[in-house]
Design a protein. Structure first.
Length: 94
């Protein structure tokens, strides 16, 4: 079992959302959700993390992913908030 910090996990999650930031349509969270779950399941199967939970909340300009990750059995889960900007149409008429 290799050691990984919560900051490494957060960095990986931020890299996952990078192509979707400010392009994601409002309410269309499935692609990112499935990528997060796949990544965290791989980490769990490898024995790097114990358990995880992913929740979403949508606002006007962003979608927030609340990710809690339990790295070891004797520690409390660490909570991460990952914000993904949603697509905003231009305000001017050309």
């Amino acid at each position: 079992m290799s050691k990984i910090s919560i900051n490494d996990i957060k960095y990986d999650l931020l890299k996952i959302i990078e192509p979707y930031d400010s392009v994601l349509e409002r309410g269309k969270t499935k692609p990112i959700y499935h990528l997060f779950v796949s990544y965290l399941n791989d980490m769990r199967k490898a024995g790097i993390i114990r358990e995880f939970n992913v929740n979403t909340s949508t606002r006007d300009a962003a979608t927030t992913f609340d990710v809690s990750v339990k790295v070891s059995a004797d520690r409390t889960p660490k909570k991460l908030k990952i914000h993904v900007g949603t697509f905003q149409a231009p305000w001017c008429n050309a």
